[in-house]
Design a protein around this ligand. Sequence first.
Ligand SMILES: [Zn+2]
Length: 452
Amino acid sequence: MLRLHDTATGEVRPFQPREPGRVSIYVCGPTVYGPPHLGHGRFSLVYDVLRRYLEWSGLDVTFVSNITDIDDKIMRLAETEGRPWQEVAAHWEAVWWQAMEAIGVGRPDETPHATDYVDQMVAFISELIDAGAAYVTADGVYFRPRVVADYGLLARQSIDSLQAGARVEVDEMKESPIDFALWKLAKPGEPSWPSPWGAGHPGWHTECVVMSHDLLGDEFDLHTGGQDLRFPHHENERAQASVAGYSFARHWMHNGFVEVAGEKMSKSLGNFRTLLDLTEAHDPRAYRMLCLQAHYRSPIDVDATTIGNAEGALARLDAVARRVRDRLGELPAPDPATIDRFVERMDDDLDTPGAIAVMFTTVTRINSLLDADDLLAALPLVAALFAMTRAVGLVLAVDADEIPEDVVALAAERDAARESRDWSRADAIRDQLTEAGWVVEDTAEGTRVRVG
Ligand SMILES: [Zn+2]
């Protein structure tokens, strides 16, 4: 049984979907006003891996992830660029899907857009006002977290300490610093929707409560997002849901930050690097591998070295796949003991570094069996390797010939040297290739080079 860390309890506990065999997941999606960065890529990959693993395990997964297509940042950008906010949001949403495709993240089953839910959000905010949890001011509608007894659960802090740290913007008219906006009245020239409190737009924290309720119902299995969403976003979503009487998320999951040279990845730090930059400069699968090599709750460092190591790991997997490429159509059942070890690691709070280690132990075993011409013993392991990579969304490049041209040229030169019985030259080239990390094999067709 899968066990996952639950932010609400602070411990790893069994993940028990409300309906056996079915899992509903809500992932807070992007606000579309700029290119997706590495942090976006990480949360998308972490929950894509989870989704694929659950499906691979035989569960029926409903995966919902929203698009925030109205927001102060979108409006400001539209104003700066002098074009309609709808155009800005549509453009950056298209770039988002392009980047997701580049890193192999599957489309959600449902992608609710905030602007399609404004009427439902207005109705929901009215309910919160009627319940005494929200109040109207001259600049909008605010929520009072004090009415929620366990506010601070996800932040794992008391409401008093959260209140002490809360910041008040100069233009906000709140009763208390910890209150948050449900509805913001439009300033002149801003896009707006009608409401009983005046024309304006909804606050971000209300979106996911209303959209998840519409698409997944009163209660769903898993609510996820990056570590930075724990507070205030998820805490505030939970507070509204609890006033509305929704059971809401049964389990909360948050992934760690992306660090670049030890600093948290964010636009403001100036170390911004987009996901598309990364996929253009490197094997697009490398970021998935890098994320898998770390536990999802740990921070990861992204730089040329860590991405290069991930590419090297992929090359080892590809190399073994290429060695057996002629047999891939006739693979036997996967070796059960290997699959058991993999599942054991994945079920332990998605221990993907452990699962990757199982894959590489399998690679080593396959290579020695193939070296010994024991194809019969190797093939169940090959089948297990493919089952494991499929479970986490890694596609092995069986057909791509990724041996660099200069290496191919050296191998050809070695064959020529052997042909002309220049053994010392042939040996020198073999040493040169071996030193560069290649495995050099003599076959009937000549020198074969592969990744070890
Ligand atoms: Zn959300």
